[in-house]
Design a protein around this ligand. Structure first.
Ligand code: AMP
Length: 116
């Protein structure tokens, strides 16, 4: 997978439209096209990273930004008080369907645990 073939790289570049809710120098966030909760936002690094399995310690600032923005968006969406979930799927068994690292921010309803 090259950056040119990657859907989320194209969304980050603005070549594919998305409902953006946040962008900065490292991170872009947009609403999931098939939401599974009242709030369902995807947070991605601008840089192509296939999944969380590829992260190294030097990516610490990037991960910090992703998680901090997730919390900020949860507050903006009004779900911080009630509770929310931040999750990333890695590989086929976890159901990862887009090979560009993304955090799902989910909330606005009761979320079951353990996940399916
Ligand atoms: P995952 O299955 O964890 O890889 O999550 C990929 C997510 O990307 C799914 O929840 C999809 O609904 C979402 N998705 C796929 N294409 C788009 C798109 N063009 N815009 C927004 N979300 C998308």
């Amino acid at each position: 997978m090259t950056e040119g073939d990657c859907l989320f790289c194209r969304i980050a570049a603005g070549d594919v439209p998305s409902d953006r809710v946040h962008e900065d120098d490292l991170v872009v966030a947009f609403r999931d096209i098939s939401p599974v909760a009242p709030t369902h936002i995807l947070l991605i690094p601008r840089r192509h990273i296939a999944s969380a399995a590829e992260l190294v310690e030097a990516d610490g600032a990037l991960i910090g930004r992703l998680v901090a923005v997730a919390g900020e968006l949860a507050r903006q969406e009004g779900i911080a008080e009630g509770g929310f979930r931040v999750v990333t799927n890695v590989g086929a068994d976890a159901g990862q369907s887009v090979a560009h690292l993304h955090l799902h921010l989910l909330g606005g309803r009761r979320l079951s645990w353990p996940p399916g």
